[in-house]
Write a protein that binds this ligand. Structure first.
Ligand code: NAD
Ligand code: LMR
Length: 346
């Protein structure tokens, strides 16, 4: 078929087959906190990701078992476990992407900021090691409070002279998953037809889902309009309280791990695809930003060979979203400042 078309010429077919058969480039991913509630399933999903050629699993407790277990899966990534601080350098060396789910999770009644006293120090020491052993790596920060741990990481990297604002990401993908899921269920739409950017930060009212942008296709416009203002208000609140919903349901046994792992793996995969030159990779993330007056802000980000290609604008906001944006600024600003202060004083 199509004997006249250039793409079907034998030489073009050979070239296409040649490129299709090339394995993706070598990529090393390190997970810090790999034996935890998020770390373990994330180690599994990264082991299943064909873009990963080396997987370094680091934790201060329980790493050998997780590494041995995951290493028996017959996929591309070669797995190594690192179990003590002396081995952290080896775990990090040569990493393209470092994912950090190390630290304590919430219990019922706590805010994410209540984790600051323990997790800020953990993140600071891990980022100090990153600046020494893999200063060019992309960092995916999962540890809470993300609104403060990302600024802490930035300050640590600045002090070490290794800061690259294009390579530091607070992982907020779980907020996007929740917003899409809750919206699709309420609107009676297939989850795959819904895409909700979530902007701001990752705690309470700083999480701002843009439900007015949930559906781009005009076919669905009428159904979107059928959601009342009250519905949108309730969906916004549920998305903002999504983490607390899980913390309460787990009743003292931690916070979201499985949905977080799915979100974390989507985000790490997007970073790897970007590094490998795949086009049009866009995810929401909490990054250094000039979209608002705040120095860090979550919005849609285009990923490329050097990390962030472009921090994208917010698009058109509804009046409710404009109000939400103004209302979140004070809390987000103070969480960012708390992180910066900690990194520079301690
Ligand atoms: P967890 O307690 O099950 O696991 C944490 C792991 O970190 C443990 O294995 C622990 O040994 C390890 N750890 C502690 N100190 C360390 C250090 N210095 N170096 C390396 N590893 C260290 O907790 P979890 O449920 O996996 O949650 C981890 C973090 O992720 C929490 O702070 C939680 O709030 C956060 N979280 C963030 C999001 C998000 O959307 N960004 C979602 C869910 C959870
Ligand atoms: C979440 O959103 O589920 C996480 O940030 C964990 C938490 O403490 O809520």
């Amino acid at each position: 078929k199509g004997s006249g078309s250039p793409s079907s010429a034998p030489s073009a077919r050979i070239i296409l087959r040649y490129y299709a058969s090339q394995p993706p480039p070598e990529r090393k991913v390190a997970i810090l906190g790999a034996a935890g509630g998020i770390g373990q399933p994330l180690s599994l999903l990264m082991k299943l990701n064909p873009l990963v050629s080396r997987l370094a699993l680091y934790d201060i407790a329980g790493t050998p078992g997780v590494a041995a277990d995951v290493s028996h899966i017959n996929t591309r990534a070669e797995v190594s476990g690192y179990a003590s601080e002396e081995q952290l350098g080896q775990a990090l060396e040569g990493s393209d992407v470092v994912i950090i789910p190390a630290g304590v999770p919430r219990k019922p009644g706590m805010t994410r900021d209540d984790l600051f006293n323990i997790n800020a120090g953990i993140v600071k020491s891990l980022c100090t090691a990153i600046s020494k052993y893999c200063p060019d790596a992309i960092v995916n920060m999962i540890s809470n409070p993300v609104n403060s741990t990302v600024p802490i990481a930035a300050e640590v990297f600045k002090k070490a002279g290794t800061y690259n604002e294009k390579k530091l990401f607070g992982v907020t993908t779980l907020d996007v998953l929740r917003a899409k899921t809750f919206y699709a269920a309420k609107a009676g739409l297939p989850a795959a037809d819904v895409n909700v950017p979530v902007i701001g930060g990752h705690a309470g009212i700083t999480i701002l889902p843009l439900f007015s942008q949930a559906i781009s296709s005009s076919d669905f416009q009428s159904r979107q309009e059928s959601l009342s203002h009250e519905d949108v208000r309730a969906l916004t609140k549920r998305t903002q309280d999504g983490g607390t919903e899980v913390v309460e349901a787990k009743a003292g046994k931690g916070s979201a791990t499985l949905s977080m792992t799915y979100g974390g793996s989507i985000f790490a995969d997007a970073c790897l695809k970007g590094l490998n030159g795949a086009p049009d990779i866009v995810e929401c993330s909490f990054v250094q930003s000039s979209i608002t007056e705040l120095p860090f802000f979550a919005s849609k980000v285009k990923l490329g060979r050097n990390g962030i290609d472009e921090v994208q604008g917010l698009g058109t906001l509804s009046d409710f979203e404009k109000e939400g944006l103004e209302n979140l600024k004070a809390e987000l600003k103070s969480s960012i400042e708390k992180g910066i202060k900690f990194a520079n004083e301690s």
